[in-house]
Write a protein that binds this ligand. Structure first.
Ligand code: PLP
Length: 427
C-alpha cells in the first residue's frame, strides 16, 4: 500500500516541476509512483505509508555508514546551537581540508563547495584557466553534474530519460565538449590528435557509476594518464561517486592511478550538501584569491556540512576495515544474485567493484554506454518494481549503480536475494 505516496506525488506536482527536485527520483522511466520517504535508520528506508525498504541507494552514495549514523547525528546536533552558517572562515574547515589531504593521494590543496556539480564545473574552469585551452574530453554515459559543458551525451538521468541534447546549451559550449567511448583509448588519442594543443582537460569517472557500474579495462586509465602527460592535458578524475567509497583514497588509491585534479561529492558530506576539488599546488594556486580563476560560495565550508563530512570521513579513516566488510558484503550479494539469475535462465551481467554493483539484463558484456544502452532495460524496470513490492529499494534505472552501506546485515542480503528470486519468477 502506497496510498500516501500517491497523494503526496499528486500534491507535489502542483508546486514542484514533475513533483521532484532531481529528475531520476520521479520514477518516470520505470513507471509508477515515487515512494515518499518519511525517515531512515541504518540500512532501512521508511515511506510515508509506513512501509520498510532495504536501501541500495544510500542517498546515491553518501550514507556509506548507514542512515542516521549516531556519531554524525550527534556532531550535527552539538554544532547547530552555535549557528548554522557564518560566511567567515572556521577552524573546522582547516580540519576538514587536513583530513582529506591525509586520506587522498596527489592533493596538496583542496577547496570545499556544496555539490558534485560545483566541484566538477570549478575543476573544468581551473583546468581551462591553467592551460589557456578551451576544450574538454569527456566520455559517453559519464555524469559530472549538470553544468553546461558536461551535458553532452551524459549518463545518469540523461541516459535514463534518453535526453541526447539538452535545450538551453549553446552550440559554442557543446562544440568545446568532445566525447569518446569509455574504455576506448584509441578514440581518445584520435580526439587529442584532431584537436592538438586545444584540449584543456580529460575528465572521467574512474569506475563508471552513472550507466550502471562499469569497470575500467586494464590499461585504459593508464593510457589516458600517459596521453595527458605527453600532451600537457589536465587529467581530472571525477571521484564524486568513488571518492571515500572504494577506499579512503578513492579510485586513485584502489586503482593506483594519479589525477592532476580530483573532484569529490556524495560520501564527503556524510549526507549534507558538500563537494570539493583539489590537486597539486601548481594547479590549485591559480584559484582565487591566490590566482585569477574565480570560484566562490556563500555556503561553502558550511559548519554543519563540515562536521557531518568530517565525522563520516574520520570514521572511515580510523576504521579502514569498513571497506573490506563492505566489499565482502557486496561480493556475497553478487554471488547470491548470480545463483538466482542463473537458475532463472535468461541472459544477465553483474558488474561489481568494491561496494558498487549493478545488474544488466544483457547477453553481451557491459563495457561502455553503447553496450549498457543495448541491454534489455525494460526488463530491468519490471525487476525494479517487483523488488520494490518486496521491500527492496534499488535505483529506479538500469543506468545507475547500486551502493551498499555498512549497516546492511547478511540477513538483509539474504532477504534481498530471496526477493530477487521471487521477482525474477514474477516478471
Ligand atoms: C552525482 C555525481 C555528480 C554530481 O554531483 P551532485 O552533488 O549531484 O551535483 C558528479 N559526478 C559524478 C561521478 C556523480 O556521480
Amino acid at each position: 500500500m502506497i496510498e500516501k505516496s500517491k497523494q503526496l506525488f499528486e500534491r507535489a506536482q502542483q508546486s514542484i516541476p514533475g513533483g521532484v527536485n532531481s529528475p531520476v527520483r520521479a520514477f518516470k522511466s520505470v513507471g509508477g509512483t515515487p515512494i515518499f520517504i518519511d525517515k531512515a535508520k541504518g540500512a532501512y528506508l521508511y515511506d510515508a505509508d509506513g512501509n520498510r525498504y532495504i536501501d541500495y541507494i544510500a542517498s546515491w552514495g553518501p550514507m556509506i555508514l548507514g542512515h542516521a549514523y549516531e556519531p554524525v547525528v550527534k556532531a550535527i546536533q552539538e554544532r547547530a546551537v552555535y549557528s548554522t552558517s557564518y560566511g567567515a572562515p572556521t577552524e573546522l574547515e582547516i580540519e576538514m581540508a587536513e583530513l582529506i589531504i591525509s586520506m587522498v593521494p596527489n592533493v596538496d590543496l583542496v577547496r570545499m563547495v556544496s555539490s558534485g556539480t560545483e566541484a566538477c564545473m570549478s575543476a573544468l574552469r581551473l583546468a581551462r584557466g591553467y592551460t589557456g585551452r578551451n576544450k574538454v574530453i569527456k566520455f559517453e554515459g559519464h555524469y559530472h553534474g549538470h553544468a553546461d559543458s558536461f551535458l553532452v551525451k551524459a549518463g545518469s538521468g540523461l541516459a535514463t530519460f534518453n535526453i541526447q541534447q539538452v535545450p538551453g546549451i549553446t552550440a559554442g559550449v557543446a562544440n568545446d565538449t568532445l566525447v569518446a567511448a569509455y574504455n576506448n583509448l584509441e578514440q581518445v588519442k584520435q580526439l587529442v590528435a584532431e584537436n592538438k594543443g586545444e584540449v584543456a582537460c580529460i575528465i572521467l569517472e574512474p569506475v563508471a557509476g552513472n550507466m550502471g557500474c562499469i569497470l575500467p579495462e586494464p590499461g585504459f586509465l593508464e593510457g589516458v594518464r600517459q596521453l595527458c602527460d605527453e600532451e600537457g592535458i589536465v587529467f581530472i578524475l571525477d571521484e564524486v561517486m568513488t571518492g571515500f567509497r572504494l577506499a579512503p583514497g578513492g579510485a586513485q588509491e584502489k586503482l593506483g592511478i594519479k589525477a592532476d585534479l580530483v573532484t569529490y561529492g556524495k560520501v564527503i558530506g556524510g549526507g549534507m550538501p558538500v563537494g570539493a576539488f583539489g590537486g597539486k599546488k601548481e594547479i590549485m594556486q591559480h584559484i582565487a584569491p591566490l590566482g585569477n580563476v574565480y570560484q566562490a560560495g556563500t555556503l561553502s565550508g558550511n559548519p554543519i556540512a563540515m562536521i557531518a563530512g568530517y565525522t563520516t570521513l574520520n570514521t572511515l579513516k580510523e576504521n579502514r576495515g569498513i571497506y573490506k566488510e563492505l566489499e565482502e558484503k557486496t561480493i556475497y550479494l553478487k554471488q547470491g544474485l548470480q545463483q538466482v539469475l542463473q537458475d532463472w535462465g535468461q541472459p544477465f551481467v553483474i558488474n561489481q567493484f568494491g561496494s558498487m554493483i549493478s545488474i544488466h539484463f544483457s547477453d553481451h558484456p557491459i563495457i561502455d554506454f553503447t553496450t549498457a544502452a543495448a541491454a534489455n532495460n525494460s526488463r530491468f524496470n519490471k525487476f525494479f518494481h517487483a523488488m520494490l513490492d518486496r521491500g527492496i529499494y534499488l535505483p529506479p534505472s538500469a543506468f545507475e549503480s547500486w551502493f551498499l552501506n555498512n549497516a546492511l546485515s547478511y540477513q538483509d542480503l539474504d532477504e534481498t536475494v530471496k526477493a530477487a528470486k521471487e521477482s525474477l519468477a514474477a516478471i
